[in-house]
Design a protein around this ligand. Structure first.
Ligand code: SF4
Length: 322
C-alpha cells in the first residue's frame, strides 16, 4: 500500500507497532506531530478528495478507549462495549456515517494496543459474573487493513485468555487468512455486514461482492469459528422484497444455520447533523439519503416479513432487531 504522507505522533515513533506498519508500506515522507488531532480534526479538509488518496496517521489513543454501546443494542449479552483501534475505512459506502462524523478521510491507526488490553481487562475483571461483549469495527472495517494493523493477531490472542468476554469482529472484508493462524476461539464472533448484490452495487462501493462475503463466511464457519450475520443497514422495500428473500435462501442454504451465533437486523439510521454534512459532500446521493431516513410503515412491514423468514432457519433467540 502506498501513502504520500505518514503522520506520526512523536510519542509513538519508536513503538514496535509503528515500526511494524512502516515496514509494510510505501510512503513519500514522514511528518511528525504532537497530537493526531492537529492533522485529523481541522475542519478545512475535503473528505471526498482525501478519500481518493488517503494518508495514514499513526497515533496513541488517550483518554477514553472503551465505550458502552447504546442501551438497546445487544446480541444477547448482559453488558456491551465497543472500541476502535482505527478510524476510517478502505471502502466507500455511500451511507457510511464516518464521513459525517470525521473531517478527514485519512486512516488513523491507534497503535497503543497494550492500553486497550489494560482497559478491556479492567472491565472483564470487574464483571466476572456477567457475559460481556466487546464490539470492534464501528469506526473502521476490522479486517480490511489487518495486514497493516495486525488487529486480529493481537486481539484474538488477547481474548483467548478470557471465558466470559466475547469479541465481535465486524467486517465486509474477505481478508480472512489472519484468523486461520489460530485455533477457533469460542469467544470470537466474525460478523459480516451483508446485503443483496444490487444493494452492494448501489451503496457499498469498493466492497467485496455478496458471493465473496458468503464464501468467506462459509470458510470461517467450516474452520470452526462463530459467525454472525448483520443485515445492517437493511434497505428492503416493496420493490426489492423478493430479492431479499432469495438472498436469505442463498445464505441459509450455504451455511450451517444451527451454528450461526447471531443475526441482527438494523435500519439505516444517522444523526441529523451527520446526514446534513454527508448531503453536502455527496450531493449526488442526497436523493437516496432522504429516502433512507423516511420512517415508513411499509418498510417496517417488509422488515417484519424478512425477520419471519429468518426465523425459518435460525432460532428466534439468536435474532435481534436493533
Ligand atoms: S464498510 Fe463500514 S466503515 Fe467502511 S465505508 Fe462501509 S459503512 Fe463505512
Amino acid at each position: 500500500m502506498k501513502f504520500n504522507n505518514v503522520y506520526i505522533e512523536r510519542e509513538i515513533l519508536k513503538s514496535f507497532y509503528t515500526k511494524n506498519i512502516l515496514d509494510k508500506i510505501n510512503y513519500g515522507k514522514i511528518i511528525l506531530c504532537d497530537k493526531y488531532t492537529e492533522v485529523f480534526n481541522p475542519k478545512n479538509q475535503n473528505f471526498r478528495i482525501q478519500k481518493m488518496n488517503p494518508n495514514i496517521i499513526l497515533a496513541k489513543k488517550r483518554k477514553k478507549l472503551i465505550f458502552k454501546t447504546p442501551e438497546d443494542y445487544t446480541i444477547g449479552f448482559e453488558k456491551n462495549f465497543y472500541f476502535s483501534h482505527m478510524l476510517n475505512c478502505v471502502y466507500d459506502c455511500s451511507y457510511c456515517f464516518l464521513q459525517g462524523m470525521f473531517n478527514s478521510a485519512n486512516y488513523l491507526v491507534f497503535v497503543n494496543y497494550e492500553d486497550y488490553f489494560k482497559e478491556i481487562a479492567k472491565i472483564i475483571n470487574t464483571n466476572t459474573n456477567n457475559r460481556i461483549c466487546f464490539f470492534s469495527g464501528y469506526d473502521c472495517d476490522s479486517l480490511a487493513l489487518d495486514y497493516l494493523t495486525n488487529f486480529v493477531t493481537n486481539f484474538v490472542d488477547f481474548f483467548s485468555r478470557y471465558q466470559n468476554a466475547f469479541l465481535e469482529i465486524r467486517t465486509k472484508s474477505v481478508n480472512i487468512k489472519p484468523l486461520f493462524k489460530f485455533k477457533p476461539s469460542k469467544n470470537i464472533i466474525i460478523a459480516y455486514s451483508i446485503n443483496p448484490q444490487s444493494v452492494i452495487e448501489k451503496f457499498e462501493e469498493k466492497t467485496p461482492n455478496f458471493e465473496k462475503r458468503l464464501n468467506a463466511l462459509k470458510k470461517i464457519q467450516e474452520k470452526g469459528w462463530n459467525i454472525g450475520l448483520r443485515f445492517d443497514p437493511i434497505f428492503i422495500s416493496k420493490k426489492n422484497k423478493n430479492e431479499y428473500l432469495i438472498f436469505l435462501e442463498r445464505i441459509f442454504s450455504k451455511l450451517d444455520c444451527s451454528l450461526i451465533h447471531s443475526v441482527t437486523i438494523g435500519k439505516f439510521r444517522m444523526p441529523e447533523v451527520f446526514l446534513k454534512k454527508i448531503i453536502k459532500i455527496r450531493p449526488e446521493d442526497s436523493f437516496n439519503f432522504t429516502n433512507f431516513i423516511k420512517k415508513d410503515i411499509e418498510e417496517e412491514m417488509m422488515i417484519k416479513h424478512f425477520y419471519s423468514n429468518i426465523e425459518k432457519y435460525v432460532n428466534k433467540n439468536k435474532i435481534f432487531y436493533n
